[in-house]
Design a protein. Structure first.
Lengths: 226, 173
């Protein structure tokens, strides 16, 4: 799908990263940012459409019994999306995704009982997921309080049952994962105090910043810009 | 480049998040690059009152910044992360301490190196030993391994990195 509400961005001769993956916990604004970037760069989006998981509503109501089904559905879906994308690669070489496949085992570790996790690992290891390496990973990061209030604001009914403890644990797992992540150039965005969904200047600032990234870890913290 | 060891610690505002941001902020210091980051270690807070657990780690930075310039930069990172939403300057949520600065011994008003408290603290010594060069000797001749051997591990628990390795093939690696 190609997004149409483009915002003019000054590239000044800079080439945007060909494949961008946006990551972060529930409610932080991954999909919104992915769509916005796609519009700015005239890219295609690769969205995981989490709400299409038929087990998710039950999962948020009562996590344990629905965890394995929810997890396996996500795993197959994400692997499928990556497979489809590889097949279309020649025709649609540039895109922005709202997930990294590596997130899948992170959720599994948080949500599954030990024996379920062992089963999940076997399935995961049987699958050959040939994922293209992103040219830039953007990790949107916010405090649990901010996530809770954004989940409240966007008002998806079955998300309203998400418990604070669960969100806190997810946030922690993401932080630890990205503390050591070196699979691609990484931009960590302190998204607690900026509005990337509506705000014009924060978004422009961010795009201008990411266009200069070629390697390594970077930190976009708007509080530094005062 | 001078090899510098920096201890990171947090027990407020989601410590794992604070350390993740801190490592990234340190990685952006001028004339510097991070060479290694230890695992994270969790430990119960000591002292009176019920405090949340601490999360600690140590990183090794190669830098051309002088010790006081580096101290200034680290304090700026501490302050920027210590800011609590809604307050102008809230409680500090991050500590960044210079443990060792090459072979230097510094004893000034603002800075004492080696860090005076590093000799007895398990949550500093264990992550430091994990990433330090082999047979590291402190400027006063103390061998790091000896300090570690004398320091009980007690209640610290290694928590990170815990990254799940799999059959995942990332194209281009």
């Amino acid at each position: 799908m190609r997004e149409s509400t483009a915002i003019n961005i000054e590239l000044n001769g800079r080439t945007p990263p060909a494949f961008i993956a946006v990551e972060g916990p529930i409610g932080v604004g991954k999909t919104t940012l992915a769509k916005r970037l796609a519009a700015s760069f005239n890219y295609h989006t690769l969205l995981e459409d989490a709400q299409d998981n038929p087990f998710l509503e039950n999962f948020y109501r009562n996590r344990k019994p629905a965890a394995l089904a929810t997890q396996l559905f996500f795993l197959f879906k994400r692997a499928q999306k990556i497979q489809d994308m590889r097949q279309r690669d020649i025709f649609e070489p540039v895109r922005v995704a709202d997930f990294l496949i590596e997130k899948d085992p992170l959720f599994a570790r948080v949500n599954l009982e030990q024996q379920e996790f062992q089963l999940y690992e076997k399935v995961y290891q049987q699958m050959t997921i040939d994922a293209p390496r992103p040219d830039l990973v953007i990790y949107l990061q916010a405090s649990t309080d901010v996530l809770l209030s954004r989940i409240g604001d966007r008002g998806v009914s079955f998300e309203q049952g998400i418990e604070r403890d669960y969100l806190e644990r997810l946030n922690e797992v993401y932080s630890e994962f990205f503390l050591y992540y070196d699979g691609a150039p990484l931009l960590i965005v302190n998204a607690s105090e900026i509005d990337l969904a509506n705000g014009e200047s924060d978004y422009r600032h961010l795009v201008d910043y990411l266009l200069d990234i070629r390697s390594g870890r970077h930190y976009f913290n708007p509080t530094f810009f005062g | 480049m001078t090899p510098v060891y920096i201890a990171l610690g947090s027990n407020l505002q989601e410590p794992a998040r604070q350390l993740c941001l801190a490592v990234t902020a340190v990685s952006q210091l001028p004339d510097s690059h991070i060479e290694r980051v230890s695992s994270t270690y969790r430990s119960a807070a000591v002292g009176p009152g019920a405090q949340p657990d601490y999360l600690n780690a140590v990183l090794r930075l190669g830098t051309r910044l002088g010790p006081l310039k580096l101290l200034d930069a680290l304090q700026q990172i501490e302050q920027s992360q210590g800011r609590v939403r809604g307050e102008r300057w809230g409680a500090r949520t991050l500590d960044l301490d210079i443990l060792l600065y090459g072979d230097s011994q510094i004893d000034s008003e603002r800075l004492t190196i080696p860090h005076p408290a590093m000799r007895q603290r398990n949550f500093v010594l264990y992550p430091l030993a994990e990433i330090a060069e082999r047979n590291l000797v402190l400027p006063d001749g103390t061998v790091l391994d000896t300090l570690v051997a004398q320091c009980p591990r007690d209640n610290i628990v290694k928590t990170g990195p815990g990254i799940y390795k799999s059959q995942l093939h990332i194209h281009g690696e």
